[in-house]
Design a protein around this ligand. Structure first.
Ligand code: NAD
Length: 385
């Protein structure tokens, strides 16, 4: 990636707690860049409108200009965007991911010392690669008793030999498309990440034993990618991985969910589909205290969008107590993606130190207090400082 010393980075503040956590993230990222490079590098931040703020100013929740600027950027970062309930319309996150073709979502889950529900949470260090452009999220749905649903049923029963037992008159139908090219480009991204970051065990996860045409095909395509010239000798499918190699294994989803809780150290990278990725990344995040502590990135070809993993938290918006860590760690992940690893490391070290010192926003402090450990609660901006 060719990155200028003064890159322009667009950001979307986000709804709810967005206007509180975005300035906190920018403050920390700017400080880390300044400390790491002593003024020879600096980010020019450009705000893009989306969500509530955009609606207020332009009447649209996702203005065209926002998408146009994002298309020109190497990277961008965003806070959470709310989907108004009952107004109809697609989620802004889905619009962003699909119109920009951010086809891989990466959630690296590791423990920084915060309260966790499992013993020895230092065992958790796993990057979940969730395919972002396929699967039931394509929203091809036929609602129960709808006229179109009856047409689809009739076709499947009369032309395709599906039994009426499987498709009773009152059923709804969701289509689950999964394609070879979308799967393979996602798997390649995940394998490159695994090799670049010296990971050892990569699990391809799905319920291929039940959904052979989709999750089963995904798992087989992943193993085909392992045989491509780029990965030959580097991705092995049996034996012990040597330096510079990763071992790729197949794991059924339910088995993986159990393993993550009981033996999280067993896997370094998980490659999976959209829906399984949703479940798995939330479970993995819960192991280290919840999504509030976990960053995430959406990667396409040539550009990436980093974002917090939690929602808008409207219930605490405006109180100045939101936890800025997920967005700030996403900022660190963005710096790493740009190759500015020294600045990213300063952020990871600072977060670790703050947690070691038992200071944080009220949610962090309360987590420690529940464990009988005294901790100091700070406002969002004081914590960032
Ligand atoms: P939420 O994450 O907003 O809130 C769940 C609970 O966690 C709340 O009690 C909230 O106060 C708390 N919480 C969340 N983030 C926090 C933080 N940083 N610091 C302290 N506490 C925090 O989830 P929700 O209520 O299900 O969703 C609210 C809205 O957010 C919905 O409109 C949803 O569509 C949207 N959402 C957006 C994204 C995204 O933009 N990527 C992700 C999830 C949900």
């Amino acid at each position: 990636l060719e990155v200028p010393n003064n890159p322009i980075i667009p950001y979307i503040e986000g709804d709810g707690i967005g206007p509180e956590i975005a300035p906190a993230m920018i403050m920390v990222v700017n400080k880390a860049v300044e400390k790491a490079y002593g003024g020879s590098r600096a980010i020019y931040w450009v705000e893009l409108l989306a969500g509530d703020k955009a609606e207020e100013k332009t009447g649209e929740r996702m203005p065209k200009e926002t998408l146009e600027v994002l298309k020109e950027a190497i990277v961008a970062i965003k806070g959470p965007l709310g989907t108004p309930v009952g107004k109809g319309g697609k989620s802004l996150n889905a619009i962003l991911r699909q119109s920009m073709d951010f086809y891989s979502a990466i959630r690296p889950v590791y423990w920084l010392g915060q309260p966790s529900p499992i013993p020895n949470p230092e065992r958790v260090n796993v990057a979940v690669f969730r395919e972002n452009s396929d699967d039931v999220y394509m929203a091809i749905e036929f609602m129960p008793r709808d006229e179109k649903t009856q047409k689809v049923r009739k076709f499947l029963i009369e032309e395709m030999g599906v039994s009426e037992y499987a498709l009773p008159e009152d059923c709804g139908i969701t289509v689950k498309p999964m394609s070879e090219w979308k799967t393979k480009r996602h798997v390649r991204k995940a394998l490159r990440y695994a090799l670049e970051n010296n990971k050892k065990v990569v699990a391809v996860v799905g319920k291929g034993n039940i959904m052979k045409a989709t999750e089963g095909a995904f798992m087989n395509w992943a193993f085909e990618v392992a045989k491509e010239p780029e990965f030959e000798g580097k991705v092995i499918t049996e034996g012990e991985p040597k330096d510079g190699q990763v071992l790729m294994v197949k794991v059924i989803t339910d088995q993986m969910l159990m393993q993550l809780v009981l033996k999280p150290e067993a896997y370094d990278v998980i490659i999976t589909q959209n829906l399984n990725g949703d479940y798995i990344s939330d479970l993995a995040s819960a192991l280290v205290g919840g999504p509030g502590f976990v960053p995430s990135g959406n990667i396409g070809d040539g550009y990436a969008l980093f974002e917090s993993t939690h929602g808008t938290a409207y219930d605490i918006a405006g109180k100045g107590i939101a936890n800025p860590l997920s967005l700030t760690l996403s900022g660190a992940m963005m710096l790493e993606y740009l190759g500015w690893k020294e600045a990213a490391q300063l952020i990871y070290d600072a977060v670790k130190r703050a947690i070691e010192d038992k200071v944080g926003t009220p949610d962090i402090a309360n987590g420690f207090k529940k464990m009988g450990i005294s901790a100091k609660a700070l406002s969002t901006i004081d914590f960032a400082k």
